[in-house]
Ligand binder design. Structure first.
Ligand SMILES: CCCCCCCCCCC/C=C/C(=O)SCCNC(=O)CCNC(=O)[C@H](O)C(C)(C)COP(=O)(O)OP(=O)(O)OC[C@H]1O[C@@H](n2cnc3c(N)ncnc32)[C@H](O)[C@@H]1OP(=O)(O)O
Length: 292
């Protein structure tokens, strides 16, 4: 169902599914390639590595979200895969979060389509039957952080330049309740109150201390650590682990599912405000200015 919706979304946004290619890597493994998401089976049996490849900053465009959900769905339906490592192909950036241009200067129908895609991506990641380990090899603000927080385990590169957190208030935005719930479930209520209101982005040592990530390791060991953690998680039989995960996460996901349409309407109303549009334009302009 989500796959069909995703395909329709891809068609609407002009992405041709026919451009997906399959090739054999050096180790003979099958390697699926989309435009923006690359899926590589790994040396660890049953484990795939998804690499975000939406340069320059892996922002979560509509096309990216659609490809990502389709990739996850394919892996879930392929019983040879039990776990996935999520990482980035863009140096120094895991994901810059939601694509600001998708939320700027567009019409309500576009905002509705985009927000539904964000919701569907989160539900797919948060409730995945697969073991998901985030190998965070770069900065991950807002929506990028949300993806990592929705995984089962997080390994972050020990690079003081990398920052992680939900910084929405710094953009003049209110964090959606399900972003908030995901953070609260990870670092607790008090730490979330402070982090969310101040829009804090944490360097690795602080992210570890807060419990926002589970491990901080040297940059060149992020993926190998994620794979060895995966081995530990895969030692548990899938059905008991999946039932346990579902038991823990279901209430949080159901909260959004129950209010999904209202959440879309709230998003449209909020993002369409002149003041919010101005804030986003200024923020984008500032990103440009900092280069000069
Ligand atoms: C009543 C309540 C109702 C509530 C309803 C909900 C309300 C709305 C909720 C919305 C939730 C939003 C979640 C988000 O994820 S918002 C996005 C947050 N992301 C950021 O703040 C990151 C911004 N980017 C950066 O800080 C830097 O770009 C970064 C550190 C990631 C990389 O820096 P670097 O120097 O390497 O690269 P540049 O800054 O030069 O960027 C390169 C180009 O990429 C563009 N860019 C960057 N980030 C984004 C983005 N998120 N979306 C779109 N485009 C982005 C940047 O502008 C540069 O473009 P140009 O080359 O054209 O200048």
């Amino acid at each position: 169902m989500a796959l069909a919706a995703g395909r329709a979304m891809l068609m609407r946004s002009g992405v041709r599914l026919g451009t997906q290619a399959a090739a054999r890597g050096g180790n003979g493994a099958r390697r699926f390639m989309n435009h923006r998401v690359v899926v590589e089976p790994n040396t660890v049996p049953g484990v795939a590595v998804i690499k975000f490849k939406n340069p320059p900053v892996n922002s979560l465009t509509l096309e990216f979200l659609t490809e990502f959900v389709i990739c996850l769905e394919k892996l879930e339906n392929d019983k040879t895969f039990r776990g996935v490592v999520l990482t980035s192909d863009c140096p120094g950036i895991f994901s810059a979060g939601l694509d600001l241009r998708e939320m700027c200067g567009k019409n309500p129908a576009h905002y509705a389509e985009y927000w539904r895609a964000v919701q569907e991506m989160w539900l797919k990641v948060y409730l995945s039957n697969l073991v998901l380990v985030a190998a965070i090899n770069g900065t991950s603000p807002a929506g990028g952080c949300l993806i990592a927080l929705s995984c089962d385990y997080r390994v972050l590169a020990d690079n003081p330049r990398y920052r992680m957190g939900l910084n929405e208030t710094l953009l003049g935005l209110v964090v959606p309740f399900w972003f908030k719930d995901t953070l609260v479930n990870t670092i607790g209520h008090r730490a979330s109150e402070r982090a969310l209101q101040l829009g804090l982005l944490f360097p690795p040592a602080e992210a570890l201390q807060l419990g926002m990530v589970d491990q901080v390791v040297p940059e060149d060991q992020v993926q190998s650590t994620a794979l060895s953690v995966m081995t530990q998680w895969l030692a548990i039989p899938d059905h008991v682990r999946q039932l346990t995960k579902n038991m823990i996460r279901k209430a949080t996901a159901d909260h959004l599912i129950k209010h999904q349409e209202a959440d879309i309407q709230n998003f449209i109303n909020f993002i369409s405000r002149d003041s919010i549009q101005k804030s986003l334009q200024v923020y984008l302009e500032n990103l440009k200015q900092k280069k000069h």
